[in-house]
Design a protein around this ligand. Structure first.
Ligand code: SF4
Length: 320
């Protein structure tokens, strides 16, 4: 202890240097799941969603450059465990927890088609059946990949999009085409894989026209699920650096977080409350119509969508 204190005094620094990245992540032990009562989590998930899930990580890092996304922990890299090691862990999970599903927490699960193919082969070799959910990018998918995903047990895939406006996707440096996202959502659905996508509103430069394009994209692609976030700058991202350079408001990390960081949006903050409601209700209305349901509920969604649009207009023109 004294030695550590002496070292701190000597260096005058209470932080250590950045750690070197572990190249071969097969060397890492499996997570110590017995350190927490996983059964409680499984029960809670089962109660809420009808099935439980255990999280598994097969890769570290992401080599893409989306400006708002934090790669602070694992870096701008791609390091992956061998399919054999992952199968070993999955077998253990099956024996010890027998979970209904596995949630692969990887950033881009299908980034390597070679890895996916080997993983699929290993699952067959070991006659291991799993149901899994994962996240990926549309440009790292194609029909063969979707077939492999289906075969290996993927029941739900989340495909990043963030916007239905190519202009905004490009501003985010997302490096994907709206058409690719649309095509892969449709193709996954064709193979009976549930789909989800992520939407972000309020990215710098986004206008109401872009938001309407996002609604059109969601209606046409028709994912089973989608989530919406209002953009905020996470420390360490290019988006944050950009905001920081033009920051005039005082900010205190001791009692504020990234989410409190204010920046010049196209419209006042209040506008986005209405915009989120507009997107959700318009898409739910469209889903109702697609399912042939012209119920009071469907009509209610349309009414809410109109009201939200009126709210957007009001804030946009009269500043809330
Ligand atoms: S959003 Fe996804 S693809 Fe883009 S940098 Fe982040 S993890 Fe990588």
């Amino acid at each position: 202890m004294l030695m550590v204190l002496a070292l701190l005094v000597k260096t005058g620094n209470q932080y250590s240097d950045e750690r070197a990245l572990i190249k071969n992540i097969d060397e890492l032990p499996f997570p110590n799941r017995s350190g927490i009562n996983i059964k409680d989590y499984q029960n809670a998930w089962k109660k809420k969603h009808g099935q439980d899930a255990i999280s598994v990580s097969t890769m570290r890092g992401c080599p893409y450059t989306c400006r708002w996304c934090s790669r602070a922990v694992y870096g701008l890299t791609y390091r992956r465990r061998s399919p054999k090691k992952v199968i070993e862990e999955l077998k253990l999970i099956k024996e010890e927890y027998n979970s209904d599903t596995v949630w692969f927490v990887d950033d881009v699960f299908t980034i390597s088609h070679k890895w996916l193919s080997e993983f699929n082969d290993e699952l067959k070799n070991y006659q291991l059946k799993i149901n899994y959910e994962c996240i990926t990018r549309a440009d790292r998918m194609n029909e063969d990949v979707i077939k492999m995903m289906k075969e290996s047990g993927c029941f739900r895939v989340w495909i990043g999009a963030e916007s239905g406006s190519q202009r905004i996707i490009d501003a985010m440096d997302r490096r994907v085409k709206v058409e690719q996202v649309h095509g892969m959502i449709q193709l996954a659905k064709k193979y009976k894989i549930e789909t989800g996508t992520f939407i972000m509103l309020g990215y710098p430069g986004e206008t109401e026209k872009d938001i309407e394009e996002t609604i059109t994209h969601l209606k046409l692609s028709d994912p089973d699920h989608f989530t919406i976030t209002v953009a905020y700058p996470i420390k360490g991202t290019e988006f944050f650096e950009e905001i920081e350079a033009n920051q005039t408001n005082s900010f205190n990390w001791e009692n504020q977080s990234d989410r409190d960081r204010n920046f010049e949006r196209t419209y006042p903050q209040k506008y986005y409350d209405f915009a989120v409601r507009r997107v959700v209700n318009e898409v739910k209305f469209s889903k109702g119509l697609n399912n042939g349901l012209i119920s009071p509920r469907t009509i209610n969604h349309k009414l809410k969508s109109y009201l939200s649009k009126a709210g957007m207009f009001w804030v946009r023109n009269y500043n809330g």
